[in-house]
Structures are given as C-alpha cells and as structure tokens.
Design a protein around this ligand. Structure first.
Ligand SMILES: Nc1ncnc2c1ncn2[C@@H]1O[C@H](COP(=O)(O)OP(=O)(O)OP(=O)(O)O)[C@@H](O)[C@H]1O
Ligand SMILES: [Mg+2]
Length: 275
C-alpha cells in the first residue's frame, strides 16, 4: 500500500543577509533535501535541537508554508497543486496540534463554539447536530458537558490541549502534525495527553508526525524516528534501532542524554514518564 504521506527532496531557505541595495546575498537553509514517508496508522517522530527545522517541515507538509522545492504526496495526490475544493478537503484531512494550546484557541470563543466551528465552516453543520457532535468529541477527550460553555482562560494547560485535540478531531482527519504537544505541560499531565493521542490513533487509524526535542517521549510514541540536524535528516529508523544503536554522533549525544523510561509503547497501564 502506498504511504499516506510521501515527502521527497523538501527544501526551504530564508534570506539571511542583504546588501545595501536590499538584495539577498546569503540564504539560510532551513530544510535541506528532506525525504520521508508516513504510513497509515503510523507515527513518525521528528527529533532535533532547537532550530533544526522540525516545525518548518510540519508546516510545509500542511501547506502553511510554501516549500522552495520538493514534492509532498498525500494519499497519492500532489499536495502542492491543491487548489479550491481539493485544498479545503486536504485541510479537513490533515490537522495540526501546537505546543501552546492557549494561543491556538480564540480567547473569546467558548469551547463549544471553538470545537464546533470547523464543522460549520467545512460542512455547514449547525444547531443540534453540531452540538451533538461537539459534546461527543469533547467527552471523548475527557471533558464534561458542563464545561462546554466556558472560555479558554478558565482551563488548565492540560485541559486546553485536550480541547485543541478535540478541535483537530472534529473533521475526522487522517493525519495530525503534533508539534511539541506536551512540551508546555506538567510532567504529570504529559502522560495523560500522550495516552489520549495513542488511544485516538488506534481508534481512528490516525497517522501522526510527532515533533519533539524530548527523546524519551518520542521513544514512547513513535514507530519510526527521523533525526534532524541543521535542516538535514542525519539518521532515521525504527525507534528501537535508533535507540539501541544510534549511528550519527548527534543521535548518540541525544540518546545518551535522554532518560531511559523502559516504558516503550503502552501495554494497558498508564506509564510514568520519568523527567
Ligand atoms: N519565517 C522565517 N524567516 C527566517 N528564518 C526562519 C523563519 N522561520 C524559521 N526560520 C528559521 O529556521 C530555522 C528552523 O526553525 P524551526 O522553527 O523549523 O525549528 P525547530 O526545529 O522547530 O525548533 P524548535 O525546537 O525551537 O521549535 C531556525 O533557525 C529559524 O530561525
Ligand atoms: Mg519548532
């Protein structure tokens, strides 16, 4: 079966220096010849130090940033050529969850409306039907019905991230880019949110790109891992391979610096992610 996502030769640079006339004389390369695939139901972990280009990859894949070169195929189709209806359909199937759930939600919107809004925009669903779906998905992520008419400021970080996940799920996507989704949360809450993401993946057959600089989280969640260093993929493989036998010096440093939770993927119980 073809992978859900197939990325080849992704390249992106930004102007770094200009001369007196304003002409660009130097560019900094942020993603250099990046290629990877994500299978259906699979999680690809992307790790690397700050500035390695991880978020830029996620954003290019979702067409939030335009690549300079490269191809992005989603379910066999060329994402970079999507326009109009095709682009709208893609926006429904491919979602993103950000590090800071507060800034990804409108402070003036109740969570009922925040989560229901995509249903109105994409499918014109309103009224009781919209409400039914919103309640169902919010309950699925662990929120209570009596919390639905509150505003983002009334929730904790962990609750907000659950709400952001619910919002991402309302359109029944196939694929979610999770960009450091638990980095801003207390360690005690991280495992709950990660387990929710894992459960939803199994229930819905979701594919994830899971971006993190925390190797122990990636080990816990990802089937395959890609290590980025200064815009380039320096190593990739199954999570096991990479952690047991890192090849690239940068990966070795990362692995030796990471705690070894020995929890791997969950087998029923809630794991403790050691800090
Ligand atoms: N719009 C932009 N203009 C110029 N440079 C940019 C722009 N966006 C990103 N960069 C640069 O690209 C590089 C990669 O940024 P990116 O946000 O993808 O890194 P990252 O791996 O996600 O880092 P972090 O772990 O800190 O989130 C950084 O050096 C950043 O400064
Ligand atoms: Mg980032």
């Amino acid at each position: 079966m073809t992978p859900l996502l197939e990325v080849t030769g992704l390249h992106k640079s930004y102007p770094a220096k200009r001369n007196l006339l304003g002409r660009v004389t130097e560019r900094s390369i942020v993603t250099n010849d990046v290629s990877f695939t994500v299978a259906r139901g699979e999680t690809l972990g992307i790790v690397g130090e700050s500035g390695a280009g991880k978020s830029t990859i996620g954003r290019q894949v979702l067409r939030l940033i335009e690549p300079d070169a490269g191809t992005i195929r989603f379910d066999g189709q060329d994402v970079r050529r999507f326009k109009g209806k095709e682009l709208l359909a893609f926006r429904q199937r491919a979602q993103m969850i950000f590090q800071d759930p507060f800034s990804s939600l409108d402070p003036h919107m109740t969570i009922r409306n925040a989560v229901g809004e995509p249903l109105s925009i994409h499918f014109g669903i309103a009224g009781a039907e919209r409400d039914r779906r919103v309640v169902e998905i919010l309950q699925r992520v662990g929120m209570r019905e009596d919390q639905l008419d509150k505003y983002p400021r009334e929730f904790s970080g962990g609750q907000l991230q659950r709400i952001a996940i619910a919002r991402a799920l309302t359109l029944d996507p196939d694929f979610i880019v999770c960009d450091e989704p638990v980095a801003a949360l207390d360690v005690s809450i991280q495992a709950q949110v990660l387990n929710l993401l894992l459960d939803l993946q199994v229930e819905r057959g979701l594919s994830y790109i899971f971006i993190s600089h925390d190797l122990s989280l990636v080990r816990f969640l990802a089937h395959r891992v890609m290590v980025m260093y200064r815009g380039e993929v320096v190593e990739s493989g199954t999570a096991e391979e990479l952690f047991e036998n890192p090849q690239h010096p940068y990966t070795k440093t990362l692995v030796s610096a990471a705690p070894d939770p020995r929890s791997r993927r969950r087998s029923g119980s809630v794991p403790t992610l050691e800090a």
